[in-house]
Design a protein around this ligand. Structure first.
Ligand code: M6R
Length: 614
């Protein structure tokens, strides 16, 4: 949830750390801080607010240092303020720490340490951890490394930490459990960060630090990797595929807009090497070893959160409709705490853009313990969820930086669509000719998405201007478009702070219809082939109560055109692929409303891109 970055080498640490924090700001942005090793002292600068506030705060202050670490925070323990911001010192200021995660047993440890005379300045669990390390070091008169290992064996919860010690300006320590940490290996310099984005412009060589592992980096002596039980490990050095331009706005005003526009490419990339429309075949290499499990599954359980959960709902329609496998879609957070019935013939699919969502991670750990086969659909290579799965497919959407997920959603849906078609075919639930027809149509989706972006952008902008001051929105959809209605509502809520509800269109008459009046914009996703007459009736029900209908329709739909106040036309496709198209105008609508209201589109209040706390 927070972003951490650290540097040790021959160059100035401060600009590298600050730039790295800007890259990681999507992970949290309520306060930021930096610690620099300076002439035998650790200087800490920290402030409430964004990394830009930290930059202003340190302007004109001494920053000369070749060892430093920084943190951008999303508050869990303690309100966002200067004191709770990281880094935190130990009591004697010998040690400083930055931390992403939650120390669950911090209260007990804090009580114990307080009795022993420790004085805490912040409300954070992190300060407790650094005091614990100090306490062990003082008691045992041992090295920081030994004290660190011991402390990490005493704490429960999740952490990615970086630690530095005043008496040792040539060493940096990192450790992780449950929260990500990547080591970048440059020439005579090293980097630690929550993900590879702060590292990519300096080196392509990285080591993803494993669960309960500690890395000790010596300025001139390389690094060692070990477990918190002090067992040395051989590091696996990987080459990054990430490119620097993927992390920049490329001329767009916001990352979200860039990412919406990237979808023709990101969908194509997610199909590349998998869907072949020349010989009409599908192959999902990452699933090969376990495909028999999916084909013969008794049922599929899908666990995810937020937008990824919406992609899971689309998959429910796909797998039941095409492959005839029963599917249950679960909020990962609920699944794990309700003692679910899982058995060995179940396949659990975890969907996650970041691959780090704590609830999803915990859900698959539980399902794995109970013997299910775990499949991952993730976007971030090397993240925690793919490491816990038996098999999976990456989505290849490229880095998604805007907090509101857009291209990750369509990439997830396209991968799940390919899976469902493949499994349906292998199970004999669709004919050879249907299989081929679906492949040919799926191949046209990137061009259709591009057409929608190009042809609807200006119209959607105008609609956004008309409705940007509405206090509530209703989003309706049926069948495959019900999850799209949920997704449209979520997008609007998170970036414009307007209350919005997604509803199955037919369910509206059982309650939400009472909300409809002349002030209520109702977005109806009405591209369905099946139940088309029913959706017309739903539009009429809204119109009859003076609701203002914005309808997403299939091109040349004159019936809904005659009823709705605004119609946004999109190309026709297979009904099962319609979420990939109908979601696009909804992404644009939420974007332009938020921009019209002057909101911070890429970093909405209270949110963070990667939710690594439960
Ligand atoms: O990284 P994940 O896909 O696991 O994240 C799940 C949700 O936190 C995420 O989709 C969230 O709802 C987005 N901000 C939605 O735009």
């Amino acid at each position: 949830m927070c972003g951490i970055v650290a540097y040790i080498g021959k160059n100035q640490a401060c600009p590298i750390v600050i730039k790295g924090l800007q890259r990681l700001e999507y992970r949290g942005y309520d306060s930021a801080g930096i610690a620099l090793m300076q002439e035998g002292d650790i200087t800490v600068y920290k402030t409430k607010g964004k990394v830009s506030d930290l930059q202003s705060f340190i302007e004109g202050k001494p920053t000369d240092s070749t060892l430093g670490m920084g943190h951008t925070r999303w508050a869990t323990h303690g309100v966002p303020n200067d004191v709770n911001a990281h880094p935190h010192y130990s009591g004697n200021k010998n040690i400083a720490i930055i931390h992403n995660g939650i120390i669950e047993n911090y209260a007990v440890i804090k009580e114990e340490l307080t009795k022993r005379g420790h004085v805490f300045h912040s409300d954070t669990d992190t300060e407790v951890l650094v005091h614990l390390i100090e306490e062990i070091q003082n008691n045992e008169k041992c090295s920081l490394e030994k004290a660190l290992l011991e402390a990490l064996n005493k704490v429960t919860g999740a952490y990615a930490i970086v630690v530095m010690e005043r008496n040792d300006p040539n060493t940096l320590y990192g450790a992780r459990k449950g929260s990500p940490l990547v080591l970048g290996i440059g020439t005579d310099e090293y980097f630690l960060a929550s993900d590879a984005t702060p590292i990519v412009e300096y080196t392509k060589n990285v080591v993803y630090i494993g669960e309960e592992e500690v890395v000790v980096i010596k300025r001139d002596g390389g690094f060692t990797l070990k477990t918190i039980q002090n067992v040395e490990k051989t590091p696996y050095i990987q080459e990054l595929e990430l490119k620097l331009e993927m992390l920049e706005k490329g001329g767009y005003e916001h990352f979200m807009l860039k990412e919406i526009h990237e979808q023709p490419r990101s969908i194509k990339d997610s199909m590349r090497g998998r869907l072949n429309a020349v010989d009409n075949t599908l192959k999902l290499g990452g699933l090969k070893e376990y495909e028999h499990k999916i084909i013969n599954a008794n049922r599929i359980l899908i666990v995810a959160c937020g937008t990824s959960w919406h992609a899971g709902l689309v998959a429910e329609y796909l797998f039941e409709d095409l492959a005839r496998i029963p599917v249950e879609v679960e909020y990962a957070s609920e699944f794990r705490y309700r003692n679910p019935v899982i058995n060995e013939n179940d396949v659990v699919i975890a969907i996650s853009q970041s691959g780090e969502t704590a609830d999803s991670l915990a859900a698959i750990k539980l399902a794995k313990e109970k013997g299910a086969t775990i499949i991952g659909i993730c976007n971030v290579v090397g993240s925690s969820i793919p490491r816990e799965t038996h098999a999976g497919s990456y989505t290849h959407a490229g880095p998604e930086i805007g907090v509101a997920s857009t291209k990750a959603f369509t990439a997830q849906v396209v991968v799940l669509t390919m899976m469902a078609i493949y499994v349906a075919y292998k199970r004999g639930k669709i004919t050879e000719s249907k299989y081929r027809q679906l492949i040919i149509e799926l191949d046209t989706i990137p061009d259709k998405v591009k057409h929608i972006i190009d042809s609807t952008n200006e119209q959607v902008k105008k609609i956004a201007e008309i409705y940007k001051n509405a206090h509530n929105f209703l989003y309706l959809g049926r069948g495959y478009n019900f999850p799209v209605a949920l997704e449209g509502a979520l997008k609007l809520k998170e970036i414009s702070y307007i209350h919005a509800e997604g509803y199955p269109a037919a369910e509206m008459k059982h309650g939400p219809i009472a909300l409809i009046d002349e002030n209520m914009p109702v977005v109806v996703v009405a591209t369905n082939h099946s139940a088309y007459e029913k959706i017309i009736s739903n539009v009429q029900e809204v119109v009859a109560r003076k609701g203002r209908v914005i309808a997403i329709v299939t091109k040349a739909d004159d019936i809904i055109k005659s009823l709705a106040e605004h119609v946004i036309e999109i190309p026709d496709t297979e009904e099962s692929f319609s979420p990939l198209l109908s979601v696009i105008p909804l992404q644009l609508l939420s974007y332009y409303i938020a921009v019209g209201l002057g909101k911070n589109v890429d970093q909405p209040r209270n949110l963070a891109k990667s939710v690594t706390v439960e």
